[in-house]
Design a protein. Structure first.
Length: 124
């Protein structure tokens, strides 16, 4: 009888330990993906669904300045608003804080990258 109780306790401990390890692995992957997206020029699509609303700019002045640079650029395809250099839809890319122009006309919003808010989200 005592052996079966010990076995049950061990099995229960393994189940709890497994859940803790899986949660820690999930958190590690999430924070590595966040770090990758912030520290690289490309947006990492693995975390885009949960983080996209947090990386959108809501400061219309910044968006307008970025877009005006794009409109003057020789690499902008006017009918589709695609950039010939990176292939992005620039009317969308200009609204993303972690994005930058492929030829350096405008850059990332560094307040966002430092962890500060660029502008508040309308729903918050």
């Amino acid at each position: 009888m005592a052996a079966s109780v010990k076995l049950y306790i061990i099995q229960f401990g393994i189940k709890v330990f497994k859940k803790i390890i899986l949660k820690l692995l999930y958190l590690q992957a999430k924070y590595e993906a966040d770090d990758y997206a912030i520290n690289n020029d490309k947006i990492d699509m693995r975390n885009i669904s949960s983080r996209f609303k947090n990386i959108l700019l809501h400061d219309q002045d910044i968006i307008d300045k970025r877009w005006s640079e794009c409109e003057k650029c020789e690499f902008l395809l006017k009918p589709t608003n695609n950039c010939k250099k990176c292939g992005c839809f620039m009317n969308v890319k200009t609204k993303v804080a972690t994005a930058s122009c492929p030829i350096g006309k405008w850059g990332k919003e560094y307040n966002f990258i430092k962890g500060e808010k660029v502008a508040t989200h309308p729903s918050t």
